[in-house]
Design a protein around this ligand. Structure first.
Ligand code: SAM
Length: 231
């Protein structure tokens, strides 16, 4: 690629690998039947929230919802908020589409695309009330650390999309990643650690995720972090 710029190159470092998980019949059926209604097709342009949701409720965005069980639960429990889930794993997208349709939820939509590009193009500045990233791939090997989603550059971009006073909620079951998250987040001006310097969030207000339950079975600890954008 002769004209590739440095930023194009950076964008091509993916924080995920597309896993070749087989779709169940129900997931495939949901992808065929419900995408029109609940999936926002990625375009490099702003998502018109008022027309997508038909209201202007507060917006919560989850990056990497996996199979989507905890996001579905949150959207069901909080009908006064709008939710956008971003995920590239097709079985998870199919499963969540199925759940949204089954529960007839109107406050949860999906974008199936790389979250870095979704944040680059699709949200107005200061338009999001909360971003949550639960159990992002830890990329434990040192040579893979650059693939981690929680990095200064991406978090700063994300911060620009948050309303003043909005929160970022992170969780991981990988201690070294938790420490990395703490270092990255505490170093960003205009973000405060809600639980006090160097403290994790002891009793987070989120349902358990599939990945977390797997980790707990393996005896992993869990670290939640809550950061707030200055008003
Ligand atoms: C380890 S899984 C955790 C899933 C879920 N949050 C849970 O706790 O069960 C991480 C997920 O993030 C997704 N992911 C990673 N990077 C992403 C990106 N840049 N854009 C969208 N999804 C991403 C992966 O496809 C994967 O499903």
């Amino acid at each position: 690629m002769p004209n590739e710029t440095n930023s194009d190159h950076k964008r091509s470092i993916r924080s995920y690998v597309i896993r070749s998980g087989r779709l169940t019949d129900s997931q495939r059926n949901a992808l065929d039947t419900h995408r029109q209604q609940y999936l926002i097709d990625f375009q490099p342009q702003i998502i018109q929230l008022d027309s997508v949701f038909q209201n202007s409720a507060r917006l919560i965005v989850e990056i990497g919802f996996g199979m989507g069980d905890s996001l579905l639960e949150m959207a069901k429990m909080d009908p006064d908020s709008n939710f956008i889930g971003i995920e590239v794993h097709q079985p998870g997208v199919g499963k969540l589409l199925h759940g949204i349709a089954e529960q007839e939820l109107t406050n949860l939509k999906i974008v199936s695309y790389d979250a870095k590009e979704v944040f680059q193009f699709c949200f107005e500045n200061e338009s999001i009330d909360k971003v949550q990233i639960f159990f992002p791939d830890p990329w434990p090997k040192k040579r893979h650390h650059k693939r981690r989603l929680v990095q200064t550059e991406f978090m700063e971009q994300l911060l620009g999309k948050l309303k003043p006073g909005a929160d970022i909620h992170l969780a991981t079951d990988w201690q070294a990643y938790a420490e990395h998250m703490m270092d990255v987040m505490q170093a960003i001006p205009r973000l405060s650690n809600v639980n006090g310097a160097n403290n994790y969030w002891a009793d987070p207000d989120r349902p358990g995720t599939k990945f977390e339950k797997r980790g707990q079975r393996l005896g992993h600890g869990v670290w939640d972090l809550q950061f707030r954008k200055d008003k």
